[in-house]
Unconditional design. Sequence first.
Length: 338
Amino acid sequence: MNEIIRKKFTELERLVGNTPLLAIDCEYKGEKRTVYAKFEALQLSGSIKDRVALYIMRRAYESGAADENSVIVEATSGNTGISFSAVGAYLGNHVRIFMPDWMSIERVNLIKSYGAEICPVSREQGGFLGSIAMTEQLANDDPKVFLPGQFSNEDNCTAHYETTGAEIIVQLGKLGLTADAVVAGVGTGGTIMGIGRRLRTVNPDCKLFPLEPLNSPTLSTGYKVGSHRIQGISDEFIPQIMKLDECDGVVSIDDIDSIIAAQRLSRELGIGVGISSGANLLGALEAGDRIGGDKTIVTVFADDNKKYLSTDYCSEFEVREEYMTRHLKLLGVRTVGM
Ligand code: PMP
């Protein structure tokens, strides 16, 4: 790695990670609860995936797997593509993103705004799995192609082990707390596996609860069933890096309930986050039901609400009897360990 690139990585590291840990104080089914959530919107391109893109590119430059002439080619449902596009633009690498054609228009335009190329993939062309196969074909045909391979690359988990998980330990530590459980919606599984493994270095009993949409339970069934509105999670298959045997049970959350939770975080607390963050808040409450409402449960708010303004995030829904949000009062939000 030359000196110019080394300096660029040092600069990028100042723009990625080190996010606030939020304590969301609430009442759920009449019981006081606090959910701890990393506020991942506050990064270079606005999502948790900046950590992964930066980590994978640094490792790739260090090992010689990538250099200034590499073309970064990735299959993604959105945030990863946006992150690689931003990091690629910073480093000077061309980026080509394969993405299912039913993802929000904001995702498509954001990727283009960073100068990356976008290749939409229809359901007929194979959706998510088709996208991955197309990137592999390109890599076979062109030695300049660098494939981050987020669904199978362990560096995805290590990025969270080294950064997100480590930050949570320090931030909770300032309150004298250690995590009893982590909950995270699964796209690649990098977040839950990386954070979870790191938290277990201080509390070996820390529970790992991967989260899936109730209306598309890929993790509990092993294959895609139904459709859902929680963009970024449950991409139709169980990724290679997602190790269910290291986990303590799957949490399933309704997608409309998740939208309502995300809307309420924004309206009632000024925390404007995406739909998977709403799901993660509810998932953390469900984890509290399983292991005790007074336990220290952490999750992530993976991105902000701006990428969802053209989606059902902006629709109004009836709060049904069975929804968790019916029993939820948001009381306030604090930052932890700053
Ligand atoms: N939420 C959002 C909004 C995402 O973009 C992603 C990543 N696809 C996730 C959650 C899931 O994260 P991971 O891939 O680490 O499982």
